[in-house]
Design a protein around this ligand. Structure first.
Ligand code: ARG
Length: 666
C-alpha cells in the first residue's frame, strides 16, 4: 500500500467537498521531514487560505471536517500557520507489516492499468570495448526494467546495439592494413580493439594536423582582440568612465580571456594528438602515405551499408566476437534483454523510410541532403547526407516506426547520455509526424562519470576507462576484504575458495552498481572505489551487511524462520509495536511501495537507494535499542524477529530490483 497516495486521495475528496479542485494541491501531501510532525504533512492550507481569502488554520479545520481518516490515522493536528500533521495509527502499521508475512510482493500492489513500455538501454557501440559510461545506461535501464515489471507493467527491453556505425569502417581499415594475424587468432577482441584504436589515432592525427594552422590563427585573433580590449579598459579607467561602462568593458574582457583560453586548449589538444604520433617512430612509419585515411575509413563504412560483399562478410565474421565480449560483461552484471535489435537490423528500412517521408512532404531536399524541418528550428534534422549515406537520426526514426508497429507501446524510454539531448528532442518532435502523439517518449538522461580531477574518468593515455578493468578491480578489492574477514573466522566456519570468489563478485559488482544508481542520474559524479566499498554510508556494502546481519540472527538463535512467518500470517501471533524504534522501522518497511512508485514517476532509481539507506538506518537504531534474541519474553522476541526478517526480505527485494545480489555472510 502507498499510504501517501491513499491519504492524498482522501484529501482530494475533502477538497472537492469544500469546492476546491484538488489537482494542484495533492503534491503538497508528503512524508514529514521530522517525526515530531507526524508521519505525513499536508501543506496546502496556506496557499488555499490566500486564494480563498480565509485564515489558513480555518481552511485546514474546514478540510479536516470533510476528511475521512479514522480507519487509518490519529486525529490530524493543525500546527503553526496551518500545517496539517498526520500520524498513522500504530495498529495500522502493525497490521500492514504483518500482512507482508508470507507475501512475496511485500505488500506492493500491481498497477491497476499496466502500460506497455519499450525500454532502450545499454546500446553500446560493439566494435569498441565497453567503457565506464556504459555502466550507467546499462544499470539504470536494468533497474527500471525490473521495477516497472515488478509494479505490473509490460516491459520490452531492447538493446539497440551500435553494430553498424563508422567504428566498423575503422576496424575494416585496420583489419586490411595493420592486422596482426596471430594476435587475432589468440584473442580476436583485443586485436580488434587495437586495430580500432590505432586507426582512430591515425585518423585523428591527420585531422588534427590539418587543423593546427587554423587553430593557431584563432589564437592569434583571440589574443589581438584581448589586447584591444585591455586597452579599452585601461583608457576607460583613466578617463574616469562611469561605473556601468567600466563594468561592461571588464565583462567583455573576461569573455575574451575565456575565448583565448578555449582557443589555446583546442590547439593544445590537437597538438597533443599530433605529437603522440610524431614522437613515436613506429606510428610515424605507419602514418606514411596515409593522408587520406579519414576518407578511406568513411568509404569502408559506406561500402558496408551499401552491401559490398567483402565488407559484409568481414562484418559477419567480426560481429559474433564483439557480441561475445559484451555478453561476458552482461553476465557479470546479471543483465538480460528481451530483444537486441541493433542498428544493422534497420539498414534495409532506411531507404524506403526516407522515400516515404519525402512523398508525404515531411522531409525535403536541403543543400543536396534530405532533412525534416521541425517547427521552430532553424536547422533541419538531417536524415540523408549529400553522399546518400544515412545518419544516426535516420536509424532512430526507423526504430521508432518499427516499435510503433510491432509493440503499439504506451511509452518508449531511452536511457542515454545527456549529451544526446538535442538528438532526442528532435527525434521526439519528428515522431509526431509518424502518428505518435499519444506515446510517451522520454529521454532518461544521465551525466558523466568523473575522475578525481573532476574531468571525465580517463586512463593515463586518455581513453575512457574500460568497464572490464573496473569490474575486475572492484572484485579484487572486495576479495581482499572477504579474505581478511575469512581469516578471522574459526576454521570450520571458513568460506571455500569458490564461496570467496562468489561473495567478492557480489560485493564488488554490487558496490559499483549501487554507487552509480544512488546518484541523481542527471548529475556527474566522481568515481571512488574507497567510497563505494565503505561499510558505512549509502553503499551496497552497507546494505548487504545489514542484510547479512539480519540473516545471521536466525542462524545464531536457531530460529525456524518459515514457521515464524506462518505464525504471523495465520494470526497465531500479532505484531505489536511498543518501542519508538520498532514503530519507526515498521513505518519504513510499509513505505516500500511508495519508494518504488517514486522511482518510476520520473525514472529515478536513486529514490530506491535512498529508501534502502533509510531503512537500513532505522534497522540499525532498532537493533541498538531493542534486544532481539535476548528480549525479555517470548512475544517480544517473536515480534522483533519478525521485524528482522521483514527488513532482510525488503532489503533483498530492493537490492534485487537494483540488479544487486545479497550475500548471507561477508
Ligand atoms: N549506440 C549509441 C551510443 O553509444 C546509443 C544508442 C541509444 N539508443 C538509441 N535508440 N539511440 O551513443
Amino acid at each position: 500500500m502507498n499510504l501517501n497516495k491513499v491519504i492524498a486521495e482522501r484529501f482530494a475528496d475533502a477538497l472537492t467537498a469544500i469546492g476546491v479542485d484538488p489537482e494542484p494541491y495533492l503534491g503538497l501531501v508528503r512524508p514529514s521531514q521530522d517525526p515530531k510532525f507526524g508521519d505525513f504533512q499536508a501543506n496546502f492550507a496556506m496557499p488555499l487560505g490566500k486564494r480563498l481569502g480565509k485564515a489558513p488554520r480555518d481552511v485546514a479545520a474546514d478540510i479536516i471536517a470533510h476528511f475521512t481518516y479514522d480507519d487509518l490515522l490519529e486525529t490530524p493536528e493543525i500546527a503553526g500557520p496551518g500545517f496539517i500533521n498526520l500520524r498513522v495509527k500504530t495498529s495500522i502499521l502493525a497490521e500492514l507489516a504483518q500482512a507482508e508475512a508470507v507475501d512475496e510482493r511485500l505488500g506492493v500492489e500491481k498497477v491497476a492499468k499496466p502500460r506497455k513500455i519499450v525500454l532502450d538501454y545499454s546500446a553500446p557501440n560493439v566494435a569498441k570495448p565497453l567503457h565506464v559510461g556504459h555502466i550507467r545506461s546499462t544499470m539504470i535501464g536494468n533497474t527500471l526494467s525490473r521495477i516497472l515489471r515488478f509494479l505490473g507493467h509490460n516491459v520490452i527491453s531492447d538493446n539497440h546495439l551500435g553494430d553498424w556505425g563508422t567504428q566498423f569502417g575503422m576496424i575494416f581499415y585496420g583489419y586490411r592494413n595493420f592486422l596482426d594475424r596471430q594476435a587475432y587468432e589468440t584473442s580476436p577482441i583485443d586485436e580488434l580493439a587495437r586495430l580500432y584504436r590505432l586507426t582512430r589515432q591515425l585518423v585523428d592525427y591527420f585531422a588534427a594536423k590539418k587543423s593546427l594552422g587554423e587553430l593557431s590563427e584563432q589564437i592569434e585573433v583571440a589574443r589581438n582582440a584581448l589586447d584591444v580590449q585591455k586597452k579599452v579598459c585601461a583608457d576607460a579607467k583613466a578617463a574616469g568612465a562611469a561605473k556601468d561602462v567600466l563594468k561592461k568593458a571588464n565583462k567583455e574582457l573576461d569573455r575574451l580571456i575565456k575565448a583565448l583560453e578555449s582557443a589555446t586548449e583546442k590547439y593544445d589538444e590537437a597538438k597533443g594528438k599530433v605529437d603522440e604520433v610524431e614522437k613515436n617512430p613506429m606510428l610515424v612509419e605507419l602514418a606514411k602515405g596515409r593522408d587520406d585515411i579519414g576518407q578511406a575509413v568513411l568509404q569502408e563504412t559506406s561500402k558496408l551499408h551499401h552491401g559490398d560483399p567483402e565488407n559484409r562478410a568481414l562484418w559477419r565474421q567480426i560481429i559474433p566476437q564483439c557480441q561475445k565480449e559484451v555478453d561476458k560483461i552482461y553476465s557479470r552484471l546479471d543483465v538480460k534483454f528481451d530483444v537486441a535489435l541493433g542498428e544493422s537490423f534497420y539498414n534495409d528500412r532506411l531507404g524506403p523510410l526516407v522515400e516515404r517521408l519525402k512523398e508525404r512532404g515531411i522531409a525535403r531536399e536541403t543543400e543536396g541532403a534530405i532533412g525534416i524541418f521541425l517547427p521552430g528550428r532553424d536547422v533541419p534534422m538531417l536524415i540523408q547526407k549529400s553522399d546518400a549515406g544515412y545518419l544516426y537520426a535516420t536509424t532512430d526514426l526507423a526504430t521508432l516506426e518499427y516499435r510503433r508497429d510491432t509493440y503499439h507501446p504506451d511509452a518508449i524510454l531511452y536511457v542515454v547520455d545527456f549529451r544526446q539531448s538535442n538528438h532526442f528532442e528532435q527525434l521526439f518532435e519528428a515522431a509526431k509526424f509518424l502518428g505518435m502523439e499519444n506515446v510517451e517518449l522520454c529521454h532518461v538522461k544521465f551525466g558523466t562519470v568523473l575522475g578525481d580531477d573532476g574531468k571525465p574518468f580517463r586512463t593515463r593515455i586518455g581513453d575512457a576507462v574500460g568497464l572490464k578493468s573496473l569490474l575486475d578491480e572492484a572484485e579484487s578489492r572486495a576479495y581482499a576484504v572477504v579474505e581478511a574477514n575469512n581469516a578471522s573466522r574459526s576454521p570450520e566456519d571458513r568460506f571455500s575458495e569458490d564461496e570467496m570468489h562468489e561473495t567478492a563478485r557480489r560485493i564488488g559488482i554490487g558496490a559499483l552498481v549501487y554507487a552509480d544508481l544512488s546518484q541523481n542520474r542527471d548529475s556527474d559524479y566522481v568515481f571512488s572505489f574507497d567510497k563505494m566499498l565503505a561499510m558505512n554510508g549509502n553503499t551496497a556494502t552497507y546494505m548487504q551487511y545489514a542484510y547479512a546481519r539480519a540473516r545471521s540472527i536466525f542462524a545464531k538463535g536457531d530460529v525456524d524462520v518459515e514457521a515464524l512467518r506462518r505464525e504471523f500470517a495465520e494470526r497465531k501471533r500479532n505484531l505489536t509495536l511498543e518501542q519508538p524504534e520498532e514503530r519507526a522501522l515498521a513505518f519504513e518497511l510499509v513505505e516500500f511501495q511508495s519508494a518504488l512508485e517514486n522511482v518510476v514517476r520520473d525514472y529515478r532509481p536513486n529514490f530506491l537507494t535512498a529508501y534502502l539507506y533509510e531503512l537500513a538506518n532505522k534497522y540499525s537504531s532498532f537493533f541498538e535499542k531493542c534486544p532481539v534474541l535476548k528480549a525479555s519474553d517470548d512475544d517480544v522476541r517473536a515480534n522483533r524477529l519478525f521485524l528482522c526478517d521483514l527488513t532482510a526480505r525488503t532489503i533483498a527485494q530492493g537490492l534485487t530490483l537494483l540488479g544487486i545480489q545479497t550475500v548471507e555472510r561477508m
